[in-house]
Write a new protein. Structure first.
Length: 475
């Protein structure tokens, strides 16, 4: 018998089971958010505290994500091997929690070799990003179509609260406990507290995922798209916007990973100031996504895409204007809103031009391509920073170059044909927090309206109940 539904979960009416599943999924979202805010965000600061160097500290926030993008390619095969999306997601959640254990030990010891730090963070990202497409497919079999928009909006908001709460708590802990101890490395041990809480939060999240039912372990209506077919779409609207997004990714990552070292080392920011600026960017981003969710209906996807594409151009270069706290605070909030506009515009275009049954497959392969672009940009930026001397002027050169190359990418944006279509609401969920404002988000596929979704969902739930009843009789 598969783990689609245990006998104990079929005793009550279907509505009761659904409400229980939705509650557990929400608890997973909040716990995951706490882990992200108090754990993931502080990888760069921990790298600086154990003195791996500014360039390597910057790469810690970007290069390990390549493993996550690549693991998504084998995720469908692992799901088929396990015979369940749920099993794969729960397994990855436990592995991601375990990735914090070496970080806790390293923090307590007061030092950690660079290779071990990179290995731990790489395992974290591989396990975290490897679940994306599987979770998207699984969650659509759980949430009834009639409540999807409302439920996913509420779930996303609570996840954001978890991220923000973890982010603020981590910054306050470091500021209060490390203050007065002198150099940053003297407070390395306190990172063990942050990573320990992150580990426990992810364990809770994995527990909630394991307790959630799986009506249909392997939905039959998924279609995989091969690399050749994906490449063949490059001349269409979706293909061209994907090429533009890859170029932007390279140019953004040229400077993006190095804002943390710049703020902490070159500007000498305290943990409290560092956390405040990061929170400002995140709040701006999430507020922007909330408001912009209804804007495409009035302004259209073309205007959204152009406003976002042009708006992100100066965001890196504006860091050279002033080091004043209030200026940077405003810049971070504006940056969050601008990045929200860009991501909403590009996501709308991609999702409206890719057939529904191909979205998961196309996004999985595109995320792997983005991982390659991320690696190219961050490694190029690190090499340039090292060659320029890693002083304040070197960082400024990197920021200005990043903005200049983003401007050059406008040529690719101009080549994107934007067809007319009815704009539908699209909800996004954050998957990573970034100082520069380009917080990584992914669309929730189940939030997209589908005229056949209600009938398909009922058939899936019915098959799940019949399967569970058959298992009960056999038992």
């Amino acid at each position: 018998m598969t783990p689609a539904a245990s006998p104990g979960k079929t005793a009550g009416p279907p509505d009761s089971l659904t409400r229980t599943d939705l509650r557990r999924s929400t608890q997973d979202a909040v716990s995951w958010g706490v882990m992200t805010g108090i754990g993931e965000f502080y990888f760069v600061l921990f790298a600086l505290a154990v003195q791996v160097g500014e360039v390597l500290a910057g790469l810690v926030s970007s290069l390990p994500m390549v493993a996550g993008g690549l693991l998504q390619l084998v995720s469908p095969a692992m799901v088929r091997r396990l015979g369940s999306h749920k099993r794969w997601v729960v397994l990855c959640a436990h592995v991601q929690a375990a990735a914090f254990l070496p970080l806790v030990i390293g923090a307590i010891a007061g030092w950690m070799p660079a290779w071990m730090l990179f290995a731990s963070v790489t395992l974290y990202w591989a396990a975290g990003m490897g679940t994306g497409s599987a979770w998207n497919t699984w969650i659509t079999t759980i949430v009834p179509p009639r409540v999807r928009s409302r439920y996913f909006a509420s779930r996303t908001r609570l996840a954001q609260v978890g991220i923000l709460g973890g982010l603020i708590a981590g910054g306050l802990v470091l500021e209060l406990l490390v203050r007065g101890q002198g150099r940053a490395e003297s407070g390395v041990a306190w990172f063990a507290l942050l990573f320990g809480v992150a580990l426990l939060a992810r364990v809770v999240s994995a527990n909630r995922l394991a307790a959630t039912s799986e009506p249909v372990p392997m939905p039959p209506d998924h279609r995989s798209v091969g690399w050749r077919e994906l490449i063949s779409t490059r001349k269409g609207p979706a293909g061209r916007v994907l090429v533009y997004m890859l170029a932007v990714q390279v140019f953004v990552q040229l400077s993006g990973p190095y804002f943390g070292p710049y703020m902490r080392v070159q500007l000498g920011m305290s943990y409290l100031t560092f956390m405040t600026l990061a929170a400002a960017s995140f709040v701006g981003k999430m507020a922007g996504l909330s408001v912009l969710g209804v804007m495409p209906r009035f302004f259209g996807p073309r205007r959204m895409l152009w406003v976002g594409g042009l708006g992100i151009i100066p965001m890196a270069g504006l860091w050279v204007v002033s080091d004043a706290f209030w200026y940077l605070l405003l810049l971070q909030m504006v940056s969050g809103v601008v990045w929200a506009t860009y991501e909403m515009g590009t996501s709308l275009l991609v999702f409206e031009t890719v057939p529904p049954r191909e979205r998961t497959s196309v996004l999985t392969m595109f995320n792997a391509m983005q991982a390659g672009a991320l690696a190219a940009g961050s490694l190029s930026g690190g090499a340039l920073l090292a060659s320029l001397g890693k002083d304040k002027d070197a960082y400024h050169t990197l920021f200005l170059l990043s903005s200049g190359l983003r401007l050059a990418a406008v040529g690719l944006l101009a080549m994107v044909p934007i067809p007319s279509f009815k704009v539908r609401p699209l909800l996004m969920r954050p998957i990573a927090v970034r100082l520069s404002g380009n917080t990584f988000v992914r669309p929730i596929l189940g939030s997209l309206p589908d005229p056949d979704a209600k009938r398909a969902w009922r058939r899936r739930r019915l098959r799940g109940r019949n399967h569970a009843e058959t298992g009960q009789e056999r038992a």
